[in-house]
Design a protein around this ligand. Structure first.
Ligand SMILES: *[C@@H]1O[C@H](CO)[C@@H](O)[C@H](O)[C@H]1NC(C)=O
Ligand SMILES: *[C@@H]1O[C@H](CO)[C@@H](O)[C@H](O)[C@H]1NC(C)=O
Ligand SMILES: *[C@@H]1O[C@H](CO)[C@@H](O)[C@H](O)[C@H]1NC(C)=O
Ligand SMILES: [Zn+2]
Length: 545
């Protein structure tokens, strides 16, 4: 082994040599580094290029509007939807009469039952054909809810069901209403009143459509049910639950259910061109959790270092400071944005078409807005905090309630486990008051009967809308019907423009006269469309043949 070939004689020589060797090494290394950098740069460029091609091709080839709108549909809409001027006035008067009845649900045990009785009278008065037709069987369920069974001529066809609810949340004029909330006053083409968009437009819209159809001699081929609950706003335990029981005991199976839920969003989704009709194919789950801490009772003159209020407050602070994980893109909201992607303006179009890549970025932007954050994660809201009885007594007990809305990519149990580990204090007791997982995702492909019927009816009326499946942030009566069908859709063609979603359960809830007529027509067409025996073969399918 050679140790050294050159032994320097003086320190100066030594330094010179070092410098020389060092320079040579530098030059040599410089080339190596340049070559390495070039290689890395080129590979990076290649990766970027591939990524760009994938992103671009997904942006332009993503199935823009999965659906059967180009297919050959059997024509079952043979009864004309023409409404005379005089009929229009009657239709509007019926709707206003419904708004004027204050069918308020104050709480689970307190509802305006005299208003609910009055509502029953109204329905019988304004829809005489519905109540006298031999095709329609009517039952009162749970004292104030209604179930209509409409017979079809073909017993082979599996029936479907339309749902809506009669009750409304409370409303007080003093909160800032432009018109009294139970006046149904018309201002600039809008009818103002509690229930105009949640949900009497559907109650009256469905029955008005059936009234017209029966009046014009319609006989359905496919049977259907109409369920009108009277306590949806307070969980539906007397109305929807009992209607579902009646159907279950009769062994009924349903092709699909259409309930309230989502709407046509016009100018509400940032960056989207044109209106979007969002059809709810699932609902977030829910949990109400009670947290409590107990310490010894005592006099405030000799306080311990911590008492129940402080312990619980610290736990709540930890909960608020560590939100549930971001799950955007792992639930049905991924499909929503992919279906809408082609209607987004440019940088957003890339991102929406490639959620697999842009998820982390998008969810960080979205979580800043509370309404968008609801799509990103399970939300946590502390809604009640109670403790203390006297200014000079240490509180022995403190309790708080937390309301969570569960993202479909998480289970109720996972959420509870996370709360426990976030609080990580054994002195805080955790109790589940009530809760349920997010609801199963209904189908929305080309074989999905209900989804495609709803979509076709919509596109025939409003060709300008883009239809997409989505998830309801709130809950509806339809969850009580889960055992009767696989496919529940939550939608009605109420047009919501900026500022309007806030009117639901808020002040100045209103519905335009034109939009109410459209809702009647929508059900009028939908009922006839549902008479087709099977869906047409898909357009894409025909190409492959
Ligand atoms: C379907 O029937 C209605 C009513 O007869 C008619 O107006 C419409 O043109 C028909 N559509 C087709 C495509 O045949
Ligand atoms: C209940 O409804 C009736 C109409 O049926 C109405 O006269 C009454 O004021 C309502 N009560 C409350 C507390 O809203
Ligand atoms: C219906 O009314 C009767 C008599 O008032 C009452 O006993 C019963 O509990 C009510 N049922 C429901 C489901 O509210
Ligand atoms: Zn509602």
């Amino acid at each position: 082994m050679q140790h050294s070939t050159f032994v320097p004689e003086s320190p100066i020589e030594c330094a010179a040599l070092h410098a020389f060797v060092y320079r040579k090494m530098l030059v040599h290394n410089k080339w190596r580094i340049i070559r390495l950098l070039t290689l890395v740069g080129l590979s990076l460029l290649l990766v970027l290029l591939i990524l760009f091609i994938v992103v671009m091709s997904r942006t332009f080839t993503l199935k823009e509007n999965l659906g059967l709108q180009f297919a050959q549909w059997e024509n079952t809409t043979i009864i004309s939807a023409d409404i005379s001027k005089q009929q229009r006035e009657v239709l509007l008067a019926n709707f206003k009469a419904a708004i004027r009845i204050p069918s308020v649900s104050f709480s689970q045990t307190h509802q305006n039952t005299s208003a609910l009785r009055e509502f029953d009278q109204l329905l019988r008065r304004v829809f005489p054909n519905v109540f006298s037709s031999s095709l329609v069987k009517h039952e009162v369920v749970g004292n104030y809810s209604h179930l209509f069974t409409v017979l079809g001529t073909d017993p082979e066809l599996v029936p479907y069901m339309l749902l809506a609810h009669i009750d409304v949340v409370p409303a007080n004029e003093v909160d800032g209403w432009e018109a009294p909330p139970f006046s149904a006053k018309e201002l600039n083409g809008f009818i103002y009143g509690r229930g105009t968009i949640d949900n009497k437009q559907c109650v009256m819209g469905i029955l008005q459509a059936v009234e017209y159809l029966l009046e014009r001699g319609y006989v359905p081929r496919r049977g259907f049910y109409i369920g009108l609950g009277h306590d949806e706003e307070v969980y539906g335990y007397n109305g929807a639950v009992n209607i579902a029981k009646v159907l279950k005991s009769g062994g009924v199976k349903l092709q699909y259910i259409l309930d309230e839920g989502l709407a046509v969003m016009d100018g509400i989704i940032t960056g989207l061109n044109g209106p979007a009709a969002l059809i709810g194919v699932s609902e977030k789950g829910q949990a109400t959790v009670k947290l409590s801490a107990s310490t010894r009772l005592g006099h405030s003159s000799m306080p311990p270092k911590e008492n129940s209020i402080g312990i619980l407050a610290a736990a709540i602070t930890r909960l608020e400071e560590s939100p549930m994980p971001r799950l955007f893109g792992y639930g049905p909201e991924q499909s929503t944005f992919e279906h809408l992607a082609h209607k987004f303006q440019f940088p957003l179009r890339f991102m929406m078409s490639n959620l697999w890549l842009f998820n982390p970025l998008l969810s960080r932007v979205m979580e800043r807005r509370p309404d968008m954050n609801a799509f990103v994660r399970t939300t946590t809201a502390v809604t009640m905090f109670n403790s203390g009885v006297k200014v000079n007594v240490l509180p022995s007990h403190a309790e708080a309630f937390v309301n969570l809305r569960i993202h479909p990519a998480q289970t109720l149990q996972e959420v509870l486990d996370l709360i426990k580990s976030t609080i990580s204090d054994n002195r805080v007791k955790l109790e589940l008051v009530d809760g349920f997982d997010s609801l199963p995702i209904s189908s929305y492909d080309e074989q999905s009967f209900g989804y495609q019927i709803i979509k076709k009816t919509l596109l025939d009326m409003f060709p300008q809308v883009t239809v997409a499946p989505s998830i309801c942030i709130g809950n509806t009566d339809s969850r009580h019907y889960m055992d009767l069908t696989q496919d529940i859709y939550r939608f009605n063609p109420t047009w919501l423009r900026p500022g309007e979603p806030e009117r639901i359960h808020g002040i100045n809830e209103r519905m335009s006269v034109q939009n109410y007529e459209e809702i009647v027509l929508f059900y009028f067409q939908l009922i006839q469309e549902s008479d087709i025996r099977i869906l047409p073969p898909s357009h894409t399918g025909q190409h492959e043949l």
